[in-house]
Write a protein that binds this ligand. Structure first.
Ligand SMILES: *[C@@H]1O[C@H](CO)[C@@H](O)[C@H](O)[C@H]1NC(C)=O
Ligand SMILES: *[C@@H]1O[C@H](CO)[C@@H](O)[C@H](O)[C@H]1NC(C)=O
Length: 464
């Protein structure tokens, strides 16, 4: 009897095609969502479309029962020579993506023996709205960052129009009130480059602009955030989209990702020997690093202020450090430089007092989830706008003075964040309050948990 019922459970009842944007932090984040869905809905089979490169990074040492990777072309012609143009690989991929997805759908339907019943896609892929319509199936458009940047892209036309009207009187670095619904004030220079100031004709900008028009057609727009973080933005976006669903923070729901990797460079045992809240943890993610002269300024500021620090940075940057820096900090144990650190566990450690970050959405959520304030040095995309929110709206961190590391500005920031002055205490209180709300959101009765159940129902329900 038991065996029979198990066997029944094993028969897939529904087939979902997942289309990933195969660059930067998008694939692991979408996989995290798919893994959450796959374990909540064991009868659903997920065909996970990525490039060979992105899929290999995700699936090479992990296999999942009802998630099947499927490789599509990266669009790079044979013998192609990269010219070093910005976003060259992204543009090559975007040129073939739709056709590749369409071809792939036929293949996986045949392989699995089940028609695709739902599309789960990175929001970037606006053109899949038509594909879902043609197939008469729902599509779920997953935005991998926050409601702030989603809003900036969604209201791009409105922002461009308003900015055109006031351009003579205000510059890109002036604060403008009521530019975006839900953000009290913001500066044009803090918006993602694709909105106003960047190359608006690039394939990437065009894609984001078209995305804005397609989003209201989606069956659901889930994001990795929680309702209480941006109540006004959420309220407004909920009025524009079908089922705008805050289902995060993922880092508080699905911890396995980081736990599966061991602490090969002994960061945690090193932290065990540091004083509480005394260490600056420095990491700019896998894809960004400050230019060499800024690395020097940051290193000099750390030495000058005698700040204890743990710095996760690929070893090809070591040559840029000031002469003797690594030897000096190793000799007396003030700091530790490693090529990789288990970020979530590091941030959770009681020795960490501040996180020096690029202000990426995931890093921000990870820091917030454990109540660690941030010093931000934003680079691209949503990082400027996140930094703006971190400093001006949530009050849980600050942008490095001038947006770049200088010895003086960094030393001031370190002193301010690692001392227990009034400003630091206020920040700490605010981040603790948000941290509590984030944890509540993912409890059994929390908003994100409820929203996630809604999403699971949509994906599993045959009636849609
Ligand atoms: C959301 O913002 C847009 C643009 O400002 C506005 O037209 C709309 O009425 C707002 N919706 C809600 C429910 O606030
Ligand atoms: C350790 O080295 C740093 C960098 O040279 C220096 O600033 C600091 O005073 C030293 N600390 C100790 C405890 O020797």
């Amino acid at each position: 009897m038991e065996i029979n019922s198990n066997r029944n459970e094993g028969i897939p009842k529904r087939h979902v095609a997942v289309f990933v944007f195969p660059f930067s932090s998008h694939p692991p984040l979408l996989l995290t969502l798919v893994r959450m869905l796959a374990s909540a809905a064991p009868n659903v089979i997920f065909s996970f479309f990525g490039t060979a490169k992105s899929n290999q990074a995700l699936f090479s040492d992990q296999k999942y029962n009802n998630i099947r990777p499927y490789d599509v072309s990266d669009g790079i012609p044979k013998d192609y020579v990269f010219m070093g143009k910005p976003q060259e690989d992204i543009n090559l991929f975007l040129a073939v993506a739709e056709e590749e997805f369409r071809k792939g759908v036929k293949v996986v339907e045949k392989d699995i023996g089940l028609k695709i019943g739902c599309l789960l896609v990175d929001s970037f892929f606006w053109f899949l709205a038509d594909m879902a319509d043609e197939m008469s199936i729902p599509w779920v458009s997953f935005w991998t960052a926050g409601a702030n940047s989603l809003s900036a892209h969604f209201y791009t036309d409105l922002i461009r129009q308003k900015y055109d009207e006031i351009k003579g009187t205000v510059g890109p670095d002036d604060e403008i009130a009521d530019l975006i619904p839900g953000l009290k004030t913001v500066r044009i220079s803090d918006l993602p480059g694709e909105v106003v100031l960047g190359n608006l004709e690039s394939p990437f900008s065009t894609m984001l602009h078209k995305m804005a028009r397609s989003l209201p057609r989606a069956t659901a727009v889930p994001i990795n955030s929680f309702d209480e973080l941006d109540p006004e933005l959420n309220k407004n976006l909920s009025s524009q989209f079908n089922n705008f669903l805050n289902i995060g923070p993922f880092n508080l729901i699905s911890k396995e990702n980081s736990l599966s990797k061991v602490d090969e460079f002994s960061c945690l045992s090193w932290l065990d020997n540091q004083k509480p809240r005394s260490v600056a943890y420095i990491c700019f993610g896998t894809f960004f690093k400050p230019p060499p002269h800024e690395l020097v300024e940051l290193a000099e500021a750390l030495e000058e202020t005698q700040t204890s620090f743990l710095w996760s940075i690929k070893s090809d940057s070591n040559k840029h450090f000031p002469k003797g820096f690594l030897e000096r900090i190793c000799a007396n144990g003030t700091g530790k430089v490693v090529p990789w650190a288990p970020q979530i566990q590091v941030l959770e450690h009681s020795a960490i007092g501040v996180f020096i970050t690029h202000g990426g959405w995931n890093s921000m959520l990870e820091s917030l989830g454990v109540g660690v304030p941030m010093i931000c040095r934003p680079f691209v995309g949503d990082q400027q706008l996140n930094t703006w929110m971190i400093e001006r709206v949530w009050g849980i961190g600050a942008k490095i003075e001038g947006g770049r590391f200088t010895k003086h500005g960094t030393a001031c920031a370190l002193k301010q964040f690692l001392s227990s002055n009034e400003l630091s205490i206020g920040r700490k209180k605010r981040i603790e309050a948000l941290k509590e709300l984030a944890h509540k959101a993912v409890e059994p009765n929390g908003g994100s948990t409820k929203n996630f159940k809604t999403l699971v129902d949509m994906i599993t329900s045959a009636t849609l």
